[in-house]
Design a protein around this ligand. Structure first.
Ligand SMILES: Nc1ncnc2c1ncn2[C@@H]1O[C@H](COP(=O)(O)OP(=O)(O)O)[C@@H](O)[C@H]1O
Ligand SMILES: [Mg+2]
Length: 261
């Protein structure tokens, strides 16, 4: 437990601006322990992508970002990329490169094992994501959802300690959404990753994540265990909706949105 706390991700208070416009103000994150999934929630424009990009080191932020005693915020980008993998909100571009090849390229950054091992590992990741059959298809021949899965495979292939995913389910059908969330839960637990996922589906967040951070207009409305964050009062403040949490017949929480507040 002590080790888990020592290896946690902690950030802030962070201040992030675009030009003169302050986007995030005094936002703190964590400590988020290894093996946990955190949902990053909030209305459009609340600052989720900006915060994720700052944690990934792609957007300058005022304030400390650390992984245990490693000062992530002070590391140069290539060094930082050894610890953090980031998948942007935009789908991977439809380039003329085979899916398997793109996963191998992603792996090489910090994996020095033999090439045959690389290929076996890459195929295992594709198979876990249900896209092994696409290994030799070119990205520019895939559907948007299939490319999103390929992007996830690339992020997982980097073997990060911190996995940052911006709306990774946005192009996926219902079944793939569930499969991906279950896979992320398993991989997060077995690899001891710290996974942060921007999600729009609050029901998925409620059922599939451990913690949540709820943003509104660049501030944290609530952070902590997901069932203490996704509450009617917080949803009214962050999204302006009236919602209820009910216990469904399987004994788990379920979100019902009644309308605009
Ligand atoms: N590259 C940019 N330049 C200027 N403003 C930006 C840029 N990216 C985002 N913003 C602004 O920052 C705010 C937060 O955006 P973003 O982090 O993308 O929100 P979210 O991901 O929660 O929808 C928005 O008001 C948006 O207009
Ligand atoms: Mg966004």
């Amino acid at each position: 437990m002590r080790e888990a706390i020592q290896d946690s991700l902690t950030a802030g208070p962070l201040t992030i601006s675009y030009g003169r416009r302050r986007i995030l103000d005094g936002v703190t994150v964590g400590p988020l322990p290894p093996g946990s999934i955190t949902a990053l929630l909030g209305a459009n424009g609340s600052g989720k992508s900006t915060l994720l990009r700052a944690l990934a080191g792609l957007k300058a932020a005022d304030g400390a970002i650390s992984l245990g005693d490693i000062p992530l915020g002070a590391l140069a980008p290539p060094e930082r990329a050894r610890y953090c993998a980031y998948m942007p909100q935009t789908l991977p571009p439809p380039i003329r490169m085979q899916t398997l090849e793109t996963v191998l390229v992603a792996m090489r950054t910090d994996n020095r094992s033999r090439k045959s091992n690389h290929i076996a590992q890459a195929l295992k990741i594709l198979s876990d994501l249900g896209i092994a059959s696409l290994a030799h298809h070119y990205l520019d021949e895939l559907s948007g959802g299939q490319r999103q899965l390929a992007g996830l495979a690339q992020a997982l292939a980097r073997s990060p300690r911190v996995l940052l995913l911006d709306e990774p389910l946005s192009a996926l059908d219902l079944r793939h959404q569930l499969e991906v969330m279950d896979l992320l839960r398993d991989e997060t637990a077995s690899r001891g990753m710290i996974t942060i996922i921007v999600l729009h589906d609050l029901g998925v967040a409620l059922r599939r994540s451990d913690q949540a951070i709820l943003l509104a207009e660049g501030h944290v409305v609530s952070a902590g265990p997901v069932n203490q964050v996704v509450t009617p009062e917080h949803l009214r403040r962050a999204f302006g909706v009236e919602a209820r949490i009910e216990i469904s017949s399987d004994g788990r929480p379920m979100l019902l949105v009644d309308g605009v507040a």
